[in-house]
Design a protein around this ligand. Structure first.
Ligand SMILES: Nc1nc2c(ncn2[C@@H]2O[C@H](COP(=O)(O)OP(=O)(O)O)[C@@H](O)[C@H]2O)c(=O)[nH]1
Ligand SMILES: [Mg+2]
Length: 364
């Protein structure tokens, strides 16, 4: 609810996107303020309508903006108008002279939620990329983390002098701490880099994985020097796959810049998939590469071709060409990123403030 005497206008939909924009007018006598500038297609006044009814008409000086109103109460009116920025801009002007201050939804949401964790979850939900990450945030919105924090506080507070943590308390904190990496990625995708020597099939593998995920969210063109990134979902987790230039010794400055960028990306990533060509023999260069990235997920591509007889370290066998092993690869990547997905309804910390709070309790 708004403060006692403030009138505010909140744009609830993202600016510039969508066919319809939703603006909330909130504050003392908001419905009367709308009535002053609204002409219903039925010519009936707003008081004639039941609270749940939608009212079509025009708003503002003729010819007016086409809008649909939903009068939630005398203090709250939702206005659905054409999407984009022009119609919203006109509404802002019309209502600014009536004392409605434009407020962004990020500032508005905390005023709606007395529980700061629920408010943070509502804000974070706008950045959830998959249904799975949204479901976890929804659990937090519905109180999973708040209840867990309350339980922990209760366990700590009755005996502040006793600094020996209760064993179950220790266990609870440990569980929360292991979920921090997941919490960090509920609003931003995991970074997975595909790396390896030129021509092993990295770019083809990226396409195959995206085909498996079937949910491209974002695509950026790249050159030999740039890294090409595509955001997809692997087993329900949002993942930014990054294709890199081949890792090789080169004297060409452009290629060397590409290789350097690839190394940086690998270092910064959550996981590197190191791709080798199963049809080629295992060389000392492969061996050196493999040894340099011990945490990487080792993948032997082109398993549709006759396999080179040379022995090679174990790894996932896949074919970007036929699709063989791609599903297992996607699942293995997901498992490496989230080894222990929390059960539905579990408490998951998801903001820096939550992470700090857990660390503070752990130090007690
Ligand atoms: N037979 C076969 N060829 C493949 C496979 N993956 C990639 N290729 C071929 O290998 C070549 C290099 O692939 P590309 O993805 O460009 O390799 P990159 O340099 O590592 O990105 C292309 O001719 C692809 O068609 C595969 O799984 N099987
Ligand atoms: Mg390539």
């Amino acid at each position: 609810m708004p403060n006692d005497l403030t009138r505010q206008l909140v744009l609830l939909t993202p600016p510039g996107r969508g066919a319809v924009a939703t603006v909330l007018l909130e504050g003392p006598d908001a419905r009367d303020a709308v009535q002053e500038v609204f002409q219903a297609a039925s010519n009936r006044p707003l008081d004639d309508y039941a609270p749940e009814q939608l009212i079509y008409g025009r708003l503002g000086p003729p010819p007016g903006e086409e809008v649909v109103l939903h009068c939630r109460s005398a203090e709250q009116v939702e206005v659905h108008c054409h999407g984009g920025t022009a119609a919203v801009g006109r509404l802002e002007k019309i209502f600014a002279v009536r004392g409605f201050a434009a407020v962004d939804w990020q500032s508005w949401i905390p005023s709606q939620e007395p529980d700061p964790i629920a408010a943070a979850a509502r804000l974070a939900l706008a950045d959830a990329r998959t249904a799975q990450t949204a479901a976890i945030l929804l659990d937090q919105y519905h109180g999973a983390l708040r209840r867990e924090f309350e339980t922990i506080k209760l366990a700590i507070c009755p005996h502040p002098s006793s600094l020996i943590p209760h064993p179950s308390l220790h266990q609870r904190l440990e569980t929360l701490r292991t979920l921090i990496p997941l919490g960090r990625h509920l609003t931003s995708p995991w970074q997975v880099v595909l790396a390896g020597r030129p021509n092993v099939g990295k770019s083809c593998l990226l396409n195959a994985l995206v085909g498996y995920g079937r949910a491209i969210v974002h695509e950026e063109p790249g050159t030999t020097r740039d890294a090409v990134t595509v955001t997809t979902a692997l087993d329900g987790w949002p993942v930014e796959l990054c294709d890199t230039a081949g890792l090789c010794e080169s004297t060409c400055p452009v290629e060397r810049a590409g290789v350097e960028l690839a190394r940086q990306k690998m270092q910064q990533s959550d996981l590197t998939v190191l791709v080798f060509d199963a049809a080629q023999s295992w060389t000392p260069v492969d061996q050196a590469l493999d040894a340099a990235w011990p945490q990487a997920l080792r993948v032997h591509n082109k398993c549709d071709l006759p396999r080179s007889s040379a022995t090679r370290p174990s790894g996932l066998s896949v074919s970007a060409l036929t699709g063989q092993g791609i599903e297992v690869l996607a699942q293995t990547i997901a498992k490496r990123l989230v080894p222990h997905p929390p059960p539905p309804g579990a408490a998951v910390p998801f903001t820096e403030a939550h992470f700090r709070q857990i660390e503070e309790w752990e130090r007690l």
